[in-house]
Design a binder for this molecule. Structure first.
Ligand code: HEC
Length: 136
């Protein structure tokens, strides 16, 4: 279990470091990961209070910050945004199951809370809604 967590985190950091074109450099990016402020710096402005929950963007904002890392490209077969084919069998399980997977994680690939440990359950549900809606 520990190994999987370490693997996931390395993967997560690898994605952050290798993605984005932020000039601030790696240290700055790692700082952002620390504050769960991953993509670009829009959340840095929007969450001056330190919380990322109320950025006004709802599910989309949460998705971009926390879920896109894996769900944009399908890391470990994560169902991709807008890819109805990979979402369909999951949607068939019912939204409550998907919400639960987002909150509790779905081993081995889907980490608890999608690694957004400052996200509330409602933030996570909204992000799921956003991804599911993207397939319609
Ligand atoms: C580290 C990569 C990673 C991150 C970050 C991540 N996911 Fe996932 N997610 C996955 C993988 C991999 C799966 C497929 C898991 C499986 O079916 O084994 C998945 C599956 C899911 C599913 C389908 C669950 C089911 O029951 O079929 C939902 C919903 C989901 N993720 C929501 C989210 C949300 C919301 C976020 C952001 C808050 C997020 N994920 C962030 C990797 C990730």
């Amino acid at each position: 279990m520990k190994k999987i967590a370490i693997l996931l985190f390395s993967l997560f950091f690898y994605q952050i470091v290798s993605a984005g074109s932020v000039e601030d450099g790696i240290v700055e990016r790692i700082k952002k990961v620390g504050s769960v402020c991953v993509e670009g710096n829009d959340c840095a402005q929007a969450s001056a209070g330190g919380a990322i929950a109320d950025t006004g963007g709802g599910g989309e904002a949460t998705y971009k910050k926390s879920c896109a890392t894996c769900h944009a490209v399908g890391v470990n077969n994560a169902p991709k945004l807008g890819d109805a084919g990979s979402w369909q069998p999951r949607i068939a399980k019912g939204m409550d199951v998907l919400y639960k997977s987002a909150i509790d994680g779905l081993p081995p690939g889907m980490p608890m809370k999608g690694l957004c440990f400052t996200c509330s359950d409602d933030d996570l549900r909204a992000a799921v809604d956003y991804m599911v809606d993207s397939t319609k």
